[in-house]
Design a protein around this ligand. Structure first.
Ligand SMILES: C[S@@+](CC[C@H](N)C(=O)[O-])C[C@H]1O[C@@H](n2cnc3c(N)ncnc32)[C@H](O)[C@@H]1O
Length: 380
């Protein structure tokens, strides 16, 4: 069956992009894909967000999750049968104890990277993990463990050259842009932090192949790949339970009651943990990374299965021939002025936006959105 999309040249400045080769209706799934590599964020894990070490599927049941995030051990969850967690399938690493949601995840993890990156057999890994946590506090956007996993995947691959090429597909841009991506990944004093992490990595990766990746050049390339392309992944057992409840047939009165219960849970979660609700991590997606940004996006990336599987969904009807774009900005940032949107895109993604909305607004004066003015002044 035809795929319904293709990757082709878009413009000299934008490079390539994803284009529809058939019509898609609103809410239609354009494609689904699993990441080449993914990893939970370090603080997210430390704070007790239990996720499968391989696919980030939550390992708590919904009641445990709600009790923890509201700090109320007495909440009783109605309809427990609609909770997606199946603890009888859970498996643990015999050597370091990390959890997996299924035997399949345990086996895939071992075959791809965990044999090399098991905390039980590699005590030096803990040093890297702890050093990273002191460099990158929440809200988290990245993890050095994603890079460690990339190296381990290459190390454990039968065909190491193909594994390296798969990651190098994500590398692009000048060396100046590469340094910009590393700065984005590590923040201020990035070279000192980079060197510290590189030495810790050299302790872990001592075989010949991996050693070539933990040189200054090799590791800079991997940092830039992760800094520039990684997609955030969020999985929540409560939101999957909510979706299951929505599909469940209920009387009008019971529906009202359950909706009130859900609203109250979200309110108490908001009071106790703010927006820190989900198991969170990041991953590299081969197809999704070819999608350009638009300030008027016609598609969005979603995680419908509560794990790392990404589904690209049409936000509006898309006609054959149209470019498929997502937004790299969140909903709030999208509402801001052209100047504010581009300031963010320049700072975090290192480009000036050429989308239809920005081109139409090209005559607009350089006005900073009101809500951003204060932080702008602080920066000056
Ligand atoms: C994840 S990549 C998308 C694929 C990319 N076009 C390519 O050829 O590999 C992101 C990069 O694409 C370019 N890009 C994406 N959206 C753009 C836009 N709206 N305007 C200009 N450049 C854009 C920028 O260079 C950005 O750093």
């Amino acid at each position: 069956m035809a795929l319904g999309y293709e990757i082709r040249h878009c413009s000299d400045r934008k490079g390539k992009g994803l284009f529809a080769t058939k019509d898609f209706s609103e809410n239609e799934v354009i494609f689904e894909e699993k990441p080449l590599v993914s990893c939970q964020f370090a603080w997210n894990e430390t704070y007790g967000y239990l996720a499968c070490h391989h696919c980030l599927r939550p390992m708590e049941d919904t009641e445990e999750n709600v009790r923890r995030l509201t700090n109320n051990p007495n909440i009783v969850l109605p309809f427990p049968e609609l909770c997606p967690t199946n603890k009888s399938l859970h498996r643990y690493c015999d050597q370091c104890g990390v959890g997996f949601c299924s035997d399949s995840c345990k086996q895939q993890s071992w075959a791809q990277y965990h044999e090399y990156l098991c905390f039980g057999t590699h005590p030096a890994l803990k040093n890297l993990y702890e050093a990273w946590k002191t460099m990158h506090y929440p809200p988290e956007t990245a993890s050095v463990m994603l890079i460690a996993r990339m190296i381990a995947i290459i190390e454990q691959a039968q065909d190491k050259d193909s594994a390296i090429s798969a990651f190098l597909e994500f590398a692009h841009g000048t060396s100046e842009e590469r340094d910009g991506s590393i700065l984005k990944f590590l923040g201020e004093q990035f070279f000192e932090k980079f060197e510290c992490l590189r030495l810790l990595m050299s302790d872990i990766f001592q075989t010949c192949h991996a050693q070539s990746l933990v040189t200054e050049e090799g590791l800079k390339t991997l940092f830039a790949i992760a800094g520039r392309n990684s997609q955030g992944i969020g999985s929540s057992v409560f939101s999957i339970w909510v979706k299951n409840v929505e599909k469940f047939e209920l009387s009008e009165e019971s529906r009202k009651e359950i909706n009130e219960f859900i609203d109250n849970v979200y309110l108490s979660m908001d009071r106790h943990v703010g927006c820190f609700l989900n198991n969170e991590g990041s991953g590299l997606y081969r197809l999704e990374r070819c999608i350009n940004h638009s300030c008027l996006p016609n598609a969005s990336s979603t995680f419908p299965y509560g794990d790392y599987t990404l589904a690209l969904v049409a936000k509006t009807a898309i006609s054959a021939g149209e470019e498929i774009c997502i937004s790299y900005l969140d909903e709030c940032e999208l509402e801001r002025s052209k100047h504010s949107r581009n300031k963010h895109l320049r700072e975090y993604y290192l480009f000036e936006c050429e989308c239809e909305k920005c081109l139409k607004q090209s005559d607009e004066p350089d006005v900073t959105s009101e809500e951003e003015t204060d932080s702008d002044m602080d920066e000056e």
